[in-house]
Design a protein around this ligand. Structure first.
Ligand SMILES: Cc1ncc(C[n+]2csc(CCOP(=O)(O)OP(=O)(O)O)c2C)c(N)n1
Length: 667
């Protein structure tokens, strides 16, 4: 613990509007993360904690921004923002336990360092990918706006992080939707080892605000009073007049990217220059010179904080290492959900798949008066497949939201809305375009419940499938990209009645659901669909035909191909329509295969790495002795999906179905 030896300040402070008590409070807040870090560096060298991203030299930003917000206002820090966590007064032992992967942390040992969120303290921590934070902040801010809370959301990024597409998308969406978000960019000169000059060429990051039609300001990030005053003024203004603002805090990273990586690539002169601008030392010196902080008081304050640190460290070290059962881990992948199963009864209407989905969405909007649907062209235009036609007139623009073309940001926002307990449905215009929002699906929606018990109450609508001569980017059946990721549910109905009931369940389920809708079935297939509201549980396949000679396992368009093929044959077949792929109804599959001894698995997607391969492996493991023939998989060719009719026809699985069936029966 050092006592300030600065004789005068390099930073010029303007304390005109502060009382001495306020100035001292900020001082206590400012030195706390510094003192914790000094301790952490020792522990790191002793191998007692893992990786550390130092915020030394940047504390005034975390502390100043956080102190300027109300405690109920969400703040989304990055890896160097210890000061956010301490300013929100999280008990230190919980932070220390988090860093040691212990139970008193926030992730049951499942994630490290600052990778956690806590609604108790209105903090949402980052995922490693940096940029998604910005889109999540938009979702929270949209939630605040719709709930009329007059609250601001603040989110951090480094200068390096601003190069990510997420940054551009988030600022654009926030501007278009006038979201009350404070985008706080800490320009500390480097992204890992890459200097800002190799990251972007505009003079200031704040200049980017102009491009998004957004006010932006440059703030001396090492001057706690400037940070606090500016941010306080701006948040007061945003609360009254919701809009995003971009702030660039000029600062410097005084230590390596992480402790192990060093600072060799930074010149000594630059280090010296910024060392003189140390935010803690300067502020201390200022308070001393102004007679606000005596040496005795400084020692008292520091001694109290060091005592707190040591006491809480002891608590964390005394806590046993984390351990758990396989069952405990598996149970925390999905939020528990008891479906209120409502059976379909009453009159029916002969309608198409797209009508059934529209019907179910409409019921969802009526049943949940805060449910929001977002997607490209879904409002006045009604969506490219017209699934949401007319909704905007009935439910308004707040709930039926056209989005800019930015899948990542919108999916990140849907996660943010979930944090505000608002259900969202996101329509991907074509399921192919989910690649542009892949990261938040796989890393935010899928993993957040397991990591910090945060639900992702989101349905992603995925119009998919081939047979419409639309080529490689409008025809994919990409469900297997998601069935392999724990934390996601994957639904793929083949019939209008199932689509309606499964969509109703998807809306109720607080877990992230990818809902695949085959485009070629939207308008081609009619069925008598129950008019009243009903639900269909996930994980229950439908046995469409029963027989003893063979089992066909399929879903989506495959069901219709199988039905067509069976029309021309006298065969005794169990035909299983899976309906949901995650959860998968393995019992129905095993029971049937044990009875018939022969199985063909049919999918539209190409075979390798698809769900048919996993089902095949499961059957081999569980029904090997009952099999009379090798498991047969039939799927699309191992090529991208071609455009021209004849090529597409040969690509598709039904082209090979007849022969595969013959081979299997002849075995
Ligand atoms: C998408 C992604 N790419 C690369 C990385 C590896 N990475 C972690 S932090 C970092 C540098 C970030 O720089 P900046 O945003 O300026 O923040 P700083 O570390 O300087 O605070 C990099 C490249 C990552 N975490 N995520």
């Amino acid at each position: 613990m050092s006592i300030s030896n600065y004789s005068s300040t390099v930073i010029k402070y303007n304390s005109k509007n502060f009382t001495n008590e306020e100035l001292l409070n900020l001082y206590k807040r400012l030195i706390k993360p510094r003192l914790i870090e000094e301790k952490m560096l020792i522990l790191l060298r002793q191998g007692k904690i893992s990786k550390w991203f130092s915020g030394i030299g940047q504390e005034a930003i975390s502390v100043g921004v956080c102190a300027a917000l109300d405690e109920e206002e969400y703040i989304l820090p990055m890896h160097r923002n210890l000061g956010v966590f301490t300013t929100r007064d999280i008990p230190l032992y919980r932070l220390f336990s988090q860093w040691q992967g212990k139970m008193n942390g926030f992730t049951k040992g499942r994630d490290r360092s600052f990778h956690f969120g806590t609604n108790e303290f209105n903090i949402v921590g980052m995922i490693s990918h940096l940029g998604p934070q910005l889109g999540v902040a938009n979702g929270i801010a949209l939630g605040e706006l719709l709930q009329k809370t007059n609250k601001v959301t603040a989110v951090f990024s480094g200068d390096g992080g601003t190069s990510e597409g997420d940054f551009h998308e988030a600022l654009n969406v926030a501007a278009v939707w006038s979201l009350p978000v404070l985008f706080c960019v800490e320009n500390n000169g480097y992204g890992l080892s890459t200097p800002s000059s190799e990251q972007f060429v505009c003079k200031h990051i704040a200049d980017k605000g102009i491009g998004y039609g957004m006010d932006s300001y440059i703030i001396d990030g090492n001057n706690i009073l400037e940070v606090y005053s500016m941010v306080s003024t701006l948040v007061r203004s945003i609360r009254k007049n919701p809009r995003p603002i971009l702030l660039e805090f000029k600062t410097f990273r005084m230590r390596g990217h992480e402790e192990a990586s060093g600072t060799k690539y930074v010149s000594k002169e630059l280090m010296k220059h910024w060392a003189l601008k140390d935010p803690v030392e300067n502020y201390q010196a200022f308070l001393r010179e102004e007679g606000i902080l005596s040496e005795k008081h400084e020692v008292e304050i520091k001694t109290a904080i060091v005592h707190e640190i040591n006491t809480h460290l002891k608590m964390a070290f005394n806590e046993p290492s984390v351990d758990s059962t396989e069952m405990d881990e598996l149970e925390d992948v999905y939020q528990k959900f008891e479906l209120n199963e409502i059976k379909p009864t009453g009159p029916t209407n002969n309608i198409r798949l797209v009508d059934a989905i529209r019907n179910s969405l409409h019921e969802g909007l009526q049943r949940h008066d805060d449910l929001v649907i977002m997607g490209q062209d879904i409002a006045e235009y009604g969506g490219v497949f017209k699934a949401t036609e007319g909704f905007v007139d009935e439910f308004g623009k707040d709930r039926i939201r056209n989005t800019p073309i930015c899948e990542s940001s919108i999916i990140e926002s849907s996660f943010g809305m979930s944090i505000k307990n608002i259900k969202t449905i996101v329509e991907l215009q074509f399921s192919d375009f989910v690649t542009s929002g892949f990261n938040p699906v796989i890393n935010l929606l899928a993993k957040s419940f397991y990591r910090w018990a945060q639900q992702s109450d989101v349905v992603l609508r995925m119009p998919c499938g081939a047979g419409i001569e639309a080529g490689p980017f409008h025809s994919q059946s990409n469900e297997a990209w998601f069935t392999k990721t724990p934390g996601l549910k994957v639904v793929f109905p083949a019939f209008p009645q199932d689509a309606k009931g499964l969509m109703a369940t998807a809306i109720e389920d607080p877990n992230p659901v990818l809902f695949f809708e085959h485009k070629a079935l939207y308008r081609s297939y009619y069925q008598d669909v129950t008019s009243a509201y009903f639900t269909i549980p996930f994980g229950k396949a439908a046995l469409l035909k029963q027989g003893n000679g063979l089992t066909i396992v399929t879903y989506g368009m495959g069901v219709h191909w199988a039905l067509e093929e069976l029309e021309n044959r006298e065969l005794s077949v169990d035909l299983i329509d899976l309906r949901t792929l995650q959860p998968l109804d393995t019992e129905t599959i095993y029971t049937s295969v044990r009875k018939t001894g022969r199985v063909l698995i049919l999918q539209e997607d190409s075979i390798f790495g698809g769900i048919a391969s996993d089902i095949s492996a499961l059957i081999s493991e569980h029904c090997f002795k009952e099999l009379d023939a090798p498991v047969k998989r039939v799927g699309g060719m191992e090529t991208p999906i071609p455009f021209a009719k004849n090529l597409e026809k040969k690509y598709l699985a039904n082209f090979r179905l007849k022969k595969a069936l013959d081979d299997l029966l002849a075995y």
